[in-house]
Design a protein around this ligand. Structure first.
Ligand code: UD1
Length: 335
């Protein structure tokens, strides 16, 4: 049984990936510092799969703790989620973001090199492309300057991994996610935003639940069909499954290069108003919303070309937008 380390394994995408790993027969060990997650998630994963993953509350900025972990654990592969991810905050606290997102990554790669551990999956973002010049985005689309410190940590992180793969003969896959939404169908795990949600779907579900009074739709004067901004929303369970496939590709030595990069999205763009309408239809809830000014820093549209992931990984997003929004609502009701 292969033992896989999942850093940030109690977070939104991490927890769904742990479940898929366990369902695929992997032995999972989680490292999480609980900075943006709850220890209850560990019990929820356990009740879902029937297997309690090993758990270490470690802060990956602490090199000694990481070294001790790897001295006492035999690991066959790593899926690295643990990172700060608030775009607005990242611009106000760049050094915190570089220390956490880049520092921890370097420590992990050093341990891999010292202990001869291979097979690294990196959690990246479509924001690593910067503002795209052409849509849809393929893996060949050149990356522009990152629009925030957060996005820059993903760009720089990928460069560090690529150089490490070349220098130390490591094998890594980076997955550039588009907009992950939804929750596990059991409604036992899902997205747990800290305070007022910044992302669209948690704000939508909290508004429907009466926790927020009204959803603000940020701008209806974009050059899109209905004037609201377009994103590629992917069900978190589809996204989690992409990690298992990428990991198996590395473990089975099917990768074609030491460092590979894939877009993980649906390939379909949806506008904010489409999200509102689809949510209302899928859940039978009326959503109180109003149009307000654009949110600074937002771009009009971004969505993936997923041909490479579809053909090379044999992975495809399977769940519909309705399913994703309905699952997010079931999760919200369960809170
Ligand atoms: C954000 C993050 C990105 C992350 C992604 C998924 C920013 C700038 N980027 O992307 O790093 O990978 O989430 O977690 O924060 N919207 C509203 N009203 C709201 C909230 C959002 O109209 O209350 C609109 C936004 O203007 C945008 C769309 O909904 O057009 C999606 O927003 P959001 O969920 O925050 O995702 P992104 O900004 O695309």
């Amino acid at each position: 049984m292969k033992r896989i380390l999942v850093t940030g394994g109690l977070g939104f995408i991490g927890s769904h990936t742990v479940v898929e790993l366990q369902n695929s027969g992997f032995d999972v060990v989680i490292i999480d510092n609980l900075s943006n997650s709850s220890i209850k998630v560990l019990d929820n994963i356990t009740s879902l799969t029937g297997i309690k993953p090993d758990f270490y509350q470690i802060d990956l900025r602490n090199k000694q703790d990481i070294t001790h972990f790897f001295n006492t654990n035999k690991i066959d592969g790593i899926i690295h989620f643990a990172a700060f991810k608030a775009v607005g905050e990242s611009v106000k606290k760049p050094l915190d973001y570089y220390e956490n997102n880049i520092g921890s990554l370097v420590y992990l790669l050093q341990e891999m090199q010292h202990k001869n551990i291979d097979n690294f999956i990196f959690s990246s973002s479509c924001m690593a492309y910067g503002t795209p010049e052409k849509l849809p985005i393929t893996e060949q689309t050149p990356s522009n300057k990152a629009a925030s410190t957060y996005a820059n940590t993903k760009q720089i992180g990928e460069e560090i991994i690529q150089e490490s793969c070349d220098a130390y003969d490591l094998h890594a896959i980076t997955l550039r996610y588009f907009n992950p939404i939804g929750a596990h169908k059991s409604a036992k795990i899902g997205e747990l935003p800290n305070g007022v949600p910044q992302n669209l779907v948690p704000f939508v579900t909290q508004t429907a639940a009466g926790i927020r009074e009204q959803l603000s739709v940020f701008g209806n004067d974009y050059p899109t069909e209905d004037g609201t901004a377009i994103r590629d929303y992917i069900h978190v369970v589809d996204l989690a499954k992409a990690h298992i496939i990428a990991l198996q590709r590395l473990l089975n030595k099917q990768n074609k290069q030491n460092f590979e990069l894939f877009n993980i999205g649906t390939g379909k763009g949806s506008s904010v108003l489409e999200i509102v309408k689809t949510f209302e239809k899928a859940t039978n809830q009326k959503l109180n919303y109003k149009i307000v000014d654009r949110r600074p820093g937002d771009i009009a549209a971004i969505y993936a070309d997923t041909t490479f992931a579809n053909e090379e990984l044999k992975w495809k997003a399977e769940k519909t937008l309705e399913e994703a929004l309905k699952s997010a609502w079931e999760w919200q009701k369960n809170q």
